[in-house]
Design a binder for this molecule. Structure first.
Ligand code: HEM
Length: 114
């Protein structure tokens, strides 16, 4: 399963030796790649811990990420809003199920009394 991170978690990895960046919602650990980066370390470090989608797309062709992802991709950004929505839906579904069983129980009691 893909690991999910929040933007705040990624933001902590913002220096040489511990450098993550976000590109199109995916998280890349470029700590060890910095030294080999053809564009140099400085440009990447400026965006360390941040979303670099715009800058990346401006400077790289579409074949770069597929080539380097196997070695650098560590996960994706998970939306906490989405997590909350799923939780609310789950609670709602449980409630509905509970109500249905209560109604069925009442019906059964009524039926057995009459
Ligand atoms: C996963 C992260 C990254 C990978 C794998 C990567 C890879 C590469 C590669 C392979 C090149 C050589 C040119 C090419 O093939 O397009 C390159 C050049 C370059 N990259 Fe990156 N890069 C990454 C992130 C970044 C970021 C965040 C920046 C920040 C702006 C950046 C700035 C540059 C620059 C300025 C060049 C030189 C462009 C040129 O000389 O025309 N890169 N990068």
């Amino acid at each position: 399963m893909t690991k999910t991170y929040t933007a705040d978690e990624v933001a902590k990895h913002n220096k040489a030796g511990d450098c993550w960046i976000i590109i199109e919602g995916k998280v890349y650990d470029v700590s060890n790649f910095l030294k080999e980066h053809p564009g140099g370390q400085k440009v990447v470090l400026k965006l360390a811990g941040k979303d670099a989608t715009k800058e990346f797309k401006n400077l790289h062709g579409p074949d770069v990420l597929p080539k380097y992802a196997p070695q650098l991709l560590i996960g994706e950004i998970g939306s906490s809003v989405a997590k909350v929505c799923i939780f609310i839906l789950f609670v709602y579904a449980c409630r509905m199920h509970q109500n249905k069983s209560q109604k069925q129980n009442k019906k059964m009691i009524k039926h057995s009394v009459s």
